[in-house]
Design a binder for this molecule. Structure first.
Ligand SMILES: N[C@@H](CCC(=O)N[C@@H](CS)C(=O)NCC(=O)O)C(=O)O
Length: 264
């Protein structure tokens, strides 16, 4: 383990109670720091440098896999959390019409993506996965620690996830506009759980509007929501994970034409 200038760190520490529940931080004496998830232990001082090397190697070997498809907002919300926390993971692209045996084994009940596989154990359902990640890697917390805020965040997420009709979307826009009063993000100054779970609105809604020929997120009617969408899309962790919008529009068009044909 060395810094960019080739120097070995002079002191370091790491902490945690169990594997997966920790943060590691290595410093070079000039404030230069490398951090991420590490190994359960607590130690300080150069005499234990060997152990630190081991912990850092372990860190690289921590197996996190995300099974998904590029167009799924449920998958992206999980990927955003992994990125915001700086967790390295392997992404496995699935074909929805030809699911892999890994996916079928991991999610035999719903057979849906996303699935997170951590040390060989599958976790399914995007909201449960996000909570699992937040509880396992505690740095950069996503969900508030306050029970009331947690309950409300879960409530609003389900409210938005369960929208099916255009009328419900317009009502939801009003609600979201109200929630953003005096705030940069739904999480306040920083992006939080609701920004992640509502994040699809900032990206997918535009493509849905284009294909359906409707405008649901009028910037004059919902200026706060409009500014939030721009702010959200501009975050590095979000920007990096995006695909070209035309690809999504083409995908929705194809999907729409196929459903039209099927109902004829
Ligand atoms: N409630 C689930 C929804 C996941 C979901 O609907 N995934 C879709 C892709 S966007 C899927 O896997 N569909 C495959 C299928 O239904 O066979 C979650 O939040 O993870």
């Amino acid at each position: 383990m060395a810094f960019a200038n080739g120097e070995e760190p002079r002191w370091w520490f790491w902490r945690g109670q169990r594997r997966g529940d920790f943060a590691i931080s290595v410093q070079d004496g000039q404030g230069c720091q490398v951090s991420g998830s590490g190994y359960a232990a607590e130690a300080r001082g150069p005499q234990q440098m060997g152990a630190a090397h081991m912990a850092i190697r372990e860190m690289g070997e921590e197996e996190v896999k995300l099974l998904g498809t590029w167009f799924s907002p449920y998958v992206h919300r999980v990927a955003w959390v992994l990125k915001l926390k700086g967790i390295r993971y392997e992404y496995v692209e699935e074909k929805i019409n030809n699911k892999s045996s890994l996916l079928l084994d991991c999610n035999p009940v719903y057979k849906k993506i996303p699935v997170l596989v951590h040390h060989g154990k599958p976790i399914v359902e995007s909201l449960f996965i996000i909570e699992y990640i937040d509880e396992t890697w505690k740095h950069n917390p996503i969900l508030s620690t306050h029970p009331y805020d947690r309950a409300m965040a879960r409530f609003w997420t389900l409210y938005i996830d369960q929208m099916k009709e255009i009328k419900q979307v317009s009502e939801a826009m009003e609600v979201l506009e109200g929630m953003l009063k005096g705030k940069k993000f739904f999480g306040g100054e920083k992006i939080g759980f609701l920004d992640i779970t509502f994040g699809w609105i900032a990206i997918w809604l535009g493509a849905i509007e284009e294909v359906a020929g409707v405008q649901l997120s009028d910037p004059r009617k919902y200026p706060l929501l409009h500014n939030w969408m721009n702010r959200f899309r501009e975050l590095d962790e979000i920007k990096d994970s995006l695909f070209p919008m035309e690809k999504l529009v083409r995908f929705f068009q194809k999907y729409r034409n196929a459903s039209k044909k099927a109902t004829k």
